[in-house]
Design a protein around this ligand. Structure first.
Ligand SMILES: [Zn+2]
Length: 690
């Protein structure tokens, strides 16, 4: 009797001291962050590799004829433990890293690359996948299954499964080297960002800076044990206000130079040799796989399909935006001359004079609007929009493990039913990389028996920090960034798919995020959340009108600096042969070719362009503006009904786009929602470039 009782319970009773090897009994199964220590990752990764190897072996050794169920489905469900540890590690290594995590990431990258290659280049496995694919018409499959089969097959081919054994070995060596270089790039960048500080010791050197900005810089100095001084960093919320308001041109130049020289200082953290090697390895890899260039390879699976299509599109917007940017530069030069400044406008002057002209023209600057954009209120605003559109409700939970005190966690429900968990982590710190992003600790899917698995979503930003006497008060741009990442979060939360592992193409995934930006400054939405942090007064109509009028201001600059980075990305990835790359020269020549004006630097210079060297936007940085065609047109679908909260349009958007993840062709999804393909007009009009 006793033995019978013990045996079934036995497996569950034994708890490992490694939390990754246990079932998580936390609320909603979120990662037990306080139990996870650096020493747990490596053993969990190794166990994860081993488990997936066993799962793959079982697929290969299945004596039955290959079919969807015994091959494609089993593959999709393999690697559960690996995904469990990989997601936590990846998220924390970006949002809250330290020396131990960085060391692990250097160690794990080549092992993971080898593991992926062991699967992707396994010929027996590929032959099974190919057999299912070749016989696809004989199986009865759902649309999602058809797409999964096609994607799985193509992923194998694109990973080199059809290459000769000799070429497979070359590919393995390239992948291993690339994985190491990409990690090194990101670690150098973090070191360079944290390594620079502009320290101000005399009060008169703060001339022009608003009180709130000074208080922030004082708080930063204090946190660095430099009481009584003021510190500005290369983090955007610290740097941008300095560039906007500091009257000290020499100091603006100093700080901005610190920024645009990141990774290009010929020191131990220099990224030039690394990116030259990455670019060449990518070209070599693409050639090996039968593509002209890396761009051809990368774009094949995107909505745009070819580099030519991307170039043509970027060219159209570039032609519309460049004259506008030139006119903006001329207006600034005129102001400089008027003020008796005897110098030519330089890149570090742009924010300062833009701010002045904006003040002159619209009587508006960030410091006027900040009090109405308290971060908690902005989040309430985005929750309100999600509630009006999709009926979602957000409840703050304090009983859920977190990895840092700054994290706020919400349970998301609809009609009283659980939808998912959303963690929001908003403030910059040295352990966090720059920028803003959204990811998942667990993505929505059904388990192998068909039971729903609910998503655990995380969004991370680098927003203005609170100071000693003020809460976090955002610029309207920062509020927009929150809405943007929240759009990605909604895409993850409202996902309703069956199989794990589907991915949305880069040049479509920004539609759900960017469409959310349209609601942030809508008067109807501002009325709900934009309340003065001290008085509770709703943002005056007069300011809302000014915000609206100024929304097309400086768009020449914003568009051109973005496009310059996109073009740079495409130039590196259009290489058809490995070449000797002098990075500074390559960058200058590329920008000269398109005629970038010297007063503007690309939004990212090569040596800190994490999107393309470290992140997943290689030959894909164009995606943001590409998706703007879609989001501008999709938002018009709401506008045209006269109701920006139109329930019918919202539920169609959810059904045809948000819920589907990557389970359908993007253009087909879009047409199912809108009934037609979008044109470029709405984009140009929104940016005032028409
Ligand atoms: Zn995004």
């Amino acid at each position: 009797m006793a033995a019978i009782l013990i045996i079934p319970g036995c497996k569950k009773e034994i708890k490992s001291d490694n939390p990754f090897l246990n079932e998580w009994d936390t609320p909603f199964g979120v990662p037990p962050f306080e139990q996870i220590m650096a020493k747990h990752y490596m053993p969990a990764y190794l166990k994860g590799f081993e488990e997936q190897k066993e799962e793959i072996k079982a697929v290969i050794n299945n004596p039955k004829e290959p079919d969807f169920q015994n091959t494609i489905k089993m593959l999709a469900y393999s690697g559960d433990l690996l995904s469990k540890v990989g997601r936590v590690f990846g998220a924390l290594n970006s949002a809250h890293t330290n020396d131990s995590l960085q060391a692990i990431s250097r160690e794990i990258a080549p092992i993971a690359a080898k593991h992926r290659d062991d699967i992707n280049l396994n010929d027996t496995l590929f032959q099974r996948v190919k057999s299912v694919y070749d016989n696809r018409d004989k199986f009865t499959l759902t649309d999602e299954e058809k797409k999964l089969l096609e994607d799985t097959y193509k992923d194998f081919v694109r990973s080199g499964a059809a290459l000769s054994p000799g070429d497979k070995n070359k590919l393995r060596a390239i992948n291993e080297e690339l994985s190491k270089l990409q990690v090194q790039f990101g670690q150098n960048l973090l070191a360079e960002t944290n390594g620079y500080k502009l320290v101000i010791e005399k009060k008169e050197d703060l001339s022009g800076l608003p009180e709130g900005v000074i208080a922030q810089a004082a708080a930063m100095a204090k946190s660095l044990k430099m009481d009584g001084k003021w510190v500005f960093t290369l983090q955007v919320p610290s740097m941008t206000p300095f560039l906007q308001y500091s009257d000290r041109r020499d100091l603006r130049e100093k700080l901005f130079t610190g920024y645009f020289m990141k990774g290009d200082n010929d020191n131990e953290f220099d990224n030039k040799a690394i990116i030259a090697r990455i670019a060449n390895l990518r070209t070599e890899r693409s050639k090996l796989l039968g593509y002209e260039s890396f761009a051809d390879y990368a774009l094949e699976r995107n909505m745009a399909k070819t580099p030519e299509k991307v170039s043509e599109f970027l060219g159209q917007v570039w032609a519309a935006a460049t004259p506008v940017a030139k006119a903006e530069a001329a207006a600034q030069q005129e102001l400089i001359d008027r003020e008796g400044g005897k110098f030519k406008l330089a890149p570090w002057d742009w924010w300062y004079y833009t701010e002045k002209i904006k003040k002159e023209k619209y009587d508006l600057d960030d410091e006027i609007t900040r009090p109405y954009f308290k971060i908690d209120n902005v989040m309430e605003g985005m929750f309100y929009v999600a509630n009006r559109l999709y009926g979602l409700e957000f409840t703050k939970r304090t009983d859920i493990p977190k990895y840092h005190p700054d994290v706020n966690t919400f349970e998301v429900k609809r009609d009283g039913k659980h939808v998912g968990i959303l963690m929001i982590d908003n403030y910059p710190r040295p352990s966090k990389r720059g920028g803003a992003w959204c990811g998942t600790y667990r993505s929505q899917r059904r388990d192998i028996k068909g039971k729903m698995i609910y998503p655990v979503v995380t969004m991370v930003t680098n927003s203005t920090l609170p100071s000693t006497d003020k809460p976090s008060l955002l610029t309207s741009l920062e509020a927009e960034t929150l809405f943007h990442e929240f759009g990605h979060a909604l895409n993850n939360l409202l996902s309703n798919i069956t199989y794990p592992g589907s991915s949305v193409p880069r040049d479509f995934v920004e539609l759900p995020s960017q469409i959310m930006e349209h609601w942030v400054l809508e008067p109807e939405v501002l009325k709900v959340y934009a309340k003065h942090y001290q008085t509770g007064e709703i943002i005056p109509t007069e300011i809302v009108e000014k915000l609206d009028k100024s929304s097309k201001f400086n768009q020449g600059f914003i568009t051109v600096e973005y496009l310059a980075a996109s073009l740079l990305d495409m130039e590196y990835h259009a290489l058809t042969e490995p070449v000797e790359l002098n990075i500074r020269e390559f960058e200058n020549k590329a920008m000269e070719k398109y005629g970038l004006i010297p007063e503007i630097k690309p939004r990212y210079r090569s040596t800190y362009f994490n999107h393309i060297w470290g992140g997943g936007y290689s030959a894909g940085y164009y995606s943001y503006i590409w998706c703007e065609i879609l989001d501008a047109d999709a938002f018009n679908a709401f506008r045209e009904t006269g109701d920006i909260f139109n329930k019918e349009v919202a539920s169609k958007f959810e059904k045809e786009i948000l819920s589907r993840g990557g389970t359908k062709d993007p253009l087909e999804m879009y047409i199912a929602f809108r009934g037609k393909e979008p044109g470029i007009d709405a984009l140009l009009e929104n940016r005032g470039l028409k």
